[in-house]
Design a protein around this ligand. Structure first.
Ligand code: NAD
Length: 368
């Protein structure tokens, strides 16, 4: 039988929970037991009573929730004390591929805890329902627009009032992946005039289908790499792109930028010159802030004002819509756990395309 533990998240700025009551009920029905640490779901809007109704038991503290667990479901990587409290031979699933995670993975392997990194789910159709990067990027794209709309000294929609007609704000979204497309849809719903840019030619149609106008930068060739992902631009292409963006943003009020290349530093797309050319009071929300930023001046977790433009680098936006972010995360966990379960037991088959890609520690060994 699988004994699942859901500890309370202790990291700063983390309001999500790994499993919500809806998924707990399904896991209990399938034969697992689920123990939830007291108040683990409270910051996301789920009470202990909700978990009990779903069939979970409530544990008083970290030690109690982890006792006897065979599977520990968490959001953030475990702290040193959490690692020390994990039972040997248990399996841990959480975010584990961030900068600084290597030490934690070594410590987990040292305690013979098996570990799967949520971010390493392969981006293949079969694994789409387990893909936390996509589910959480949806929240980030949505929230980025709301933060930008609040910071802007303008309203987004066109308004016809007795005091005159107000022009709609112009929003430009760079990087039309999961977060970017959600940002385009959200900005459009709020009544802004939206444009978007991505180096992948396929993205142009997706930008247009959401009511955005694709910014076309003719480089004479495609920047699409393998598996539909973007590849890093050559230096002269990058410079041409920066110039085209600089010209476009002279008329823009709010930029949401999300451009990323898997495993690489984020490309610099909005240079200081581009920022100098923007209207005073304009706002940039840089969702790539944790991997180096797409804009000059970006600082993770800070708002920098340069040349009268606010450059905001928000951290952990999914946590700011913790109810729905947890709900999606929990559904990702549920399909992943189902994938790992055979005859009511966890099976960590490193030769499986999904399991093998996510396993970072197995049987006391760190896996590259
Ligand atoms: N399970 C799946 O099959 C699955 C899941 C999620 C995403 N995807 C696909 O993966 C691709 C990337 O999506 P993502 O949300 O992970 O993206 P991401 O978060 O890795 O990057 C965001 C976007 O930035 C773009 N970008 C990179 N360099 C850029 C530059 N210099 N200028 C402008 N834009 C730039 C990328 O093309 C991407 O669209 C998309 O094709 C998406 O449909 C597939």
């Amino acid at each position: 039988m699988i004994r699942i533990a859901v500890p309370k998240e202790r990291a700063a700025r983390e309001a999500r929970v790994a499993l919500v009551p809806e998924s707990v009920a399904k896991l209990v029905k399938s034969g697992a037991t689920v123990s939830v640490e007291r108040d683990a779901g409270l910051a996301a809007g789920f009470t202990d009573a909700n978990y009990v109704t779903a069939g979970a038991t409530i544990a008083a503290d970290l030690a109690a929730v982890l006792t006897d667990a065979t599977l520990v479901c968490k959001v953030q990587p475990p702290s040193v004390s959490e690692v020390a409290a994990l039972p040997a031979a248990a399996t841990l699933i959480c975010y584990l591929a961030q900068a600084g995670s290597a030490e934690t993975i070594t410590a987990l392997a040292g305690r013979k805890v098996n570990a799967l990194a949520l971010e390493k789910v392969p981006r293949i159709t079969r694994a789409q329902s387990m893909d936390v990067l996509s589910s959480q990027a949806t929240v980030s794209g949505y929230k980025a627009v709301l933060i930008g709309a609040t910071a802007l000294p303008k309203m987004l929609p066109m308004l016809t009032t007795a005091a005159g007609t107000l022009a709609p704000a112009k929003i430009f979204v760079i990087g039309a992946g999961v977060a970017g497309l959600q940002a385009i849809a959200t900005a459009k719903r709020l009544g802004g005039i939206v444009s978007g840019f991505d180096v992948r030619p396929a993205a142009q149609e997706q930008i247009a289908s959401l009511g955005g106008t694709p910014l076309k930068i003719d480089l004479g060739h495609s920047a699409e790499g393998s598996g539909g992902y973007a590849k890093e631009q050559a230096e002269d292409d990058a410079i041409k792109t920066q110039h085209a963006i600089a010209k476009h943003v002279e008329q823009v009020d709010l930029i949401i930028t999300t451009a990323a290349i898997p495993g690489r530093k984020a490309p610099l797309l909005i240079t200081e010159d581009a920022i100098k050319g923007m209207k005073p009071g304009s706002v940039i929300i840089d969702l790539a802030c944790e991997t180096g930023g797409n804009a000059a001046f970006t600082k993770p977790g800070e708002t920098v004002v340069a040349h009268d433009v606010s450059i905001i680098g928000p951290l952990n936006l999914p946590s700011q819509a913790s109810f729905h972010a947890s709900q999606m995360l929990s559904r990702n966990f549920l399909t992943l756990i189902t994938h790992l379960t055979k005859d009511n037991a966890l099976v960590l088959d490193a030769s499986d395309e999904i399991t093998g890609a996510m396993l970072v520690a197995l049987d006391g060994q760190v896996r590259a």
